[in-house]
Design a protein around this ligand. Sequence first.
Ligand SMILES: Cc1ncc(COP(=O)(O)O)c(C=O)c1O
Length: 343
Amino acid sequence: MADFLVDLRSDTVTRPTAGMREAMATAEVGDDVYGEDPTVNALEAEVAALFGHEAALFAPSGSMANQIALQLLVPPGNELLCDADAHVVTYEIGAAAAYGGISSRTWPAVGADIDPETVARMVRPDGYFAVPTRAIAVEQTHNRGGGGVIPLATLRELRRVADDAGVALHCDGARIWHAHVADRVPLIEYGRLFDTLSVCLSKGLGAPVGSLVIGSAEQIGRARMIRKRMGGGMRQAGILAAAGRYALAHHVDRLAEDHARAARLAEAVAPFGVLASAVRTNLVPLDLTKHALDAHALAAAARAEGVLVSVLGPRTARLVTHMDLDDAAIDHAVTVLPRILAA
Ligand SMILES: Cc1ncc(COP(=O)(O)O)c(C=O)c1O
């Protein structure tokens, strides 16, 4: 193993900076299950305001934040629509069905390239013989869709589709910060298009833990109960909320650096199976379908040279940039990866 370790597996591998640790160590705290943690309360108010909603709720993970939102919007035995690659139906271990009794139906995976009319045609009305659709969920940016950004115009069309059908619209905004930076769309502009959003502080923003559910005061009141039922009520969580507040103050605008570094990676591996133009944010998907190496072989060869990459499927790998990587780390990766892919 080379001693130069460049971890390109995920933007969740970041460690808190010295400034963030200082903010955590000095945070004012209280018992958040009693609603008495001032730092959690401040974070919730701050995030609600950023997205122009009445309230927000701090949750331990993005998965829990998504699942709380889905339970708010879709009663048991009713239906959620989303794309076949959505995190909520791919990586949350069947939680919508297991905890919410929610039936999910998907449109074919197209990442961020959604056709609102396709979604409109899928909505099922109320009736005693069919599963009624109650909500549509989209992902901004799209994880399995290579960090793609759903254009604002598409989101507005989806809002119209949801309003026409009388169903809710949820955003899995784990990386909505990246979309905001890439497309320069104000967060409040995104916020007003959705009934509920989930956002993560631990993907790209550098906080160790933490996500929020965002919605109306009535929804967040119910969300608090659902979170407790799911075992997500935390006590002196202000230590974690302080990391989140620090991340929002210091680590949003710098995402542009991660996007530029992802573009460098994409350019370096472009001759071997990834389209540089398709990379918009910090995720770089590698399609190895036509390559001699499969994803496991690539990952093993890269690891031997001090570069860690994710294996998403037999012929799909992924590179992710984040705040624990600097230009020297990317220099190393753009030397190693093309050499392996060219061999
Ligand atoms: C798009 C998206 N949504 C939700 C999540 C879930 O977050 P967590 O791992 O905190 O449960 C992730 C995790 O990477 C994600 O990429």
